[in-house]
Write a protein that binds this ligand. Structure first.
Ligand SMILES: [Zn+2]
Length: 77
């Protein structure tokens, strides 16, 4: 299947860090006018370095059209 328990665990860990982040904040992914459920679609993990720390952003595939949605994020000062 497309999503494994391991992927769901990684999504849970990294979601907490980047969607509610205090250093970096990723926007919730959306495509086709709908938010993407990261637990029900393939996800790729993308490392970014901010200062000395690295964060993992989530790139997800739209379950409707199949497009990979690049992470959009901002650095919070
Ligand atoms: Zn889409």
């Amino acid at each position: 299947m497309e999503t494994s328990p391991e992927q769901k665990l990684l999504v849970a860990i990294h979601s907490e860090e980047v969607f509610a982040g205090r250093t970096i904040r990723q926007e919730r992914p959306a495509c086709c006018g709908k938010p993407i459920d990261l637990y029900a679609t393939p996800v790729k993990f993308q490392e970014v370095q901010v200062g000395l720390k690295s964060f993992t952003l989530l790139e997800s595939r739209c379950p409707v059209c199949g497009t990979w949605v690049k992470p959009v994020y901002s650095i919070i000062h």
